[in-house]
Design a protein around this ligand. Structure first.
Ligand SMILES: [Zn+2]
Length: 344
C-alpha cells in the first residue's frame, strides 16, 4: 500500500452490519418482485451506507461492507460457478444455523467464465471513497468446503485446487483496477487441511503473481454469530508461516485473547491484524476495553506490526451494536497511540 497510515491502523475484516431494509430487499429480490435495476440501486445504497458508517467511525482502511452478498459471505459467488447447482436446505425447521443453509452440489468440473464479480464490487468502492481500502475474496479452501461433491472430483481437497485458478484470476483483475490491499478469507481451512503448511501451499498458488499487500483471514466461523470449528490456531502454526502473505487476520476478542502469546513463538516477520472487537457479543466494548486488549497484544506483537480489527465481519451483528463497536475500536487505538507517544 502506498498510503501513510497511523501506527496501529484500524480496519475491518469485511462485512458490515446490514440495515433492516436490506433483508426486505433480499426477500423481495429472491421472490422475483424487484427488477434488476431496483436491486442494483438498493445494493448501491447499502454499500454507500457501509462506506459512510466506516468513514464516520474513523476506520483507517475500509471495505465495501460486502453488502452485495445475498448468499452470506462466499455463497453468493458459488452461484456464479458452472458445475455447481444450488439445492434447497435439507433441514429448514428450527433455529437457523449451519445445518439449515442451502446445499451447493458439485456435479462436474468447475469454471467461472464471468469471474466472481468482486472486481465490479471493488470498482464501486474505489469510486465512492477517498479512504484507503481493503478488498476481500474467499479462498479456494473455503469455497470447496461449502460444497457437496457428487461428480467431477474425488473430494473437496481436489476441488479446492480448481478454485485456485478462478481466485487467482480475480485477484489479478482486482490489482489491475487499483486494489493494493487484498485479503483472502480461509475460515474453513481446518475442514479440509491437516495443518497450516497445506493451507500455505494452496494460498501461495492462489496469490501467485498478485502484486498487492496481502492478508490471510482465518477465523472459526461466523454464520449467525456461531463458530463452526475448534477454536484454536495451534494446528495452523508454524506451517502457515510459509504463506506469502504480509498479514494474518485472526480472532482473539471472543476467546478472551487466548493464544495471542503464539505470536511470540512464531516471530515478528509478518503483521498481525488482531481481532480485538467481539462482533458476536451484544456487549458494546468501551474504548478502554479495546485499549486494554491492544496493550495485551503489544506484549507479543511489535507496534509497527499490529493492526486493529474486529474478530470477523459484522454480518450477523445488528447495526445499532456494530456502529458503537467500530467507534470504540477507533477510540481505543487512539488511546494507545497517545500512550506510545504518537499523538492521534
Ligand atoms: Zn471470519
Amino acid at each position: 500500500m502506498n498510503v501513510s497510515l497511523p501506527i496501529l491502523p484500524t480496519s475491518v475484516v469485511g462485512s458490515h452490519a446490514k440495515m433492516g431494509w436490506w433483508y426486505l430487499v433480499r426477500q423481495e429480490a429472491e421472490a422475483g418482485r424487484m427488477g434488476c435495476r431496483d436491486v442494483a440501486e438498493a445494493l448501491d445504497t447499502a454499500t454507500d451506507v457501509a462506506i459512510l458508517d466506516q468513514e464516520r467511525a474513523g476506520v483507517d482502511v475500509i471495505s465495501d461492507g460486502e453488502m452485495r452478498r445475498f448468499g452470506a459471505f462466499f455463497r453468493t459467488y458459488l452461484r456464479r460457478i458452472q458445475g455447481i447447482q444450488m439445492l434447497p436446505s435439507e433441514k429448514s425447521i428450527g433455529d437457523p444455523g449451519y445445518h439449515t443453509r442451502e446445499v451447493y452440489e458439485v456435479s462436474g468440473r468447475i469454471s467461472a467464465p464471468e469471474g466472481l464479480g468482486i472486481v465490479e464490487e471493488f470498482k464501486y468502492l474505489k469510486e465512492h471513497t477517498m479512504k484507503p481500502t481493503k478488498v476481500t475474496c474467499t479462498g479456494p479452501t473455503t469455497f470447496a468446503s461449502g460444497t457437496l461433491i457428487k461428480g467431477g472430483y474425488r473430494d473437496q481437497k481436489e476441488l479446492a485446487w480448481d478454485f485456485v485458478a478462478i481466485v487467482n484470476k480475480e485477484l489479478k483483475a482486482l490489482v489491475a483496477i487499483g486494489a493494493d490491499f487484498i485479503q483472502v478469507d480461509e475460515p474453513a481451512f481446518s475442514e479440509i487441511h491437516r495443518d497450516g503448511k497445506e493451507l500455505a501451499e494452496i494460498f501461495n498458488a492462489t496469490v501467485d503473481g498478485v502484486k498487492a499487500k496481502l492478508a490471510m483471514h482465518v477465523c472459526f466461523g461466523n454464520h449467525r454469530g456461531r463458530p463452526l470449528v475448534k477454536r484454536t490456531y495451534r494446528k495452523l502454526f508454524p506451517g502457515v508461516l510459509e504463506a506469502n502473505t504480509d498479514q494474518f487476520v485472526l480472532e482473539f476478542a471472543n476467546r478472551e485473547m487466548a493464544e495471542i502469546e503464539l505470536w511470540k513463538e512464531v516471530g515478528a516477520k509478518k503483521e498481525l491484524g488482531a481481532g480485538l472487537v467481539d462482533q458476536k457479543s451484544f456487549y458494546i466494548e468501551t474504548p478502554e476495553d479495546i485499549a486494554e486488549r491492544i496493550r495485551t497484544a503489544l506484549k507479543y506483537v511489535p507496534a509497527e506490526k499490529l493492526w486493529i480489527n474486529p474478530d470477523c465481519g459484522f454480518n450477523p451483528t445488528p447495526r445499532w451494536i456494530a456502529l458503537p463497536k467500530l467507534k470504540s475500536m477507533v477510540e481505543g487505538a487512539k488511546i494507545v497511540r497517545r500512550e506510545l507517544g504518537y499523538g492521534v
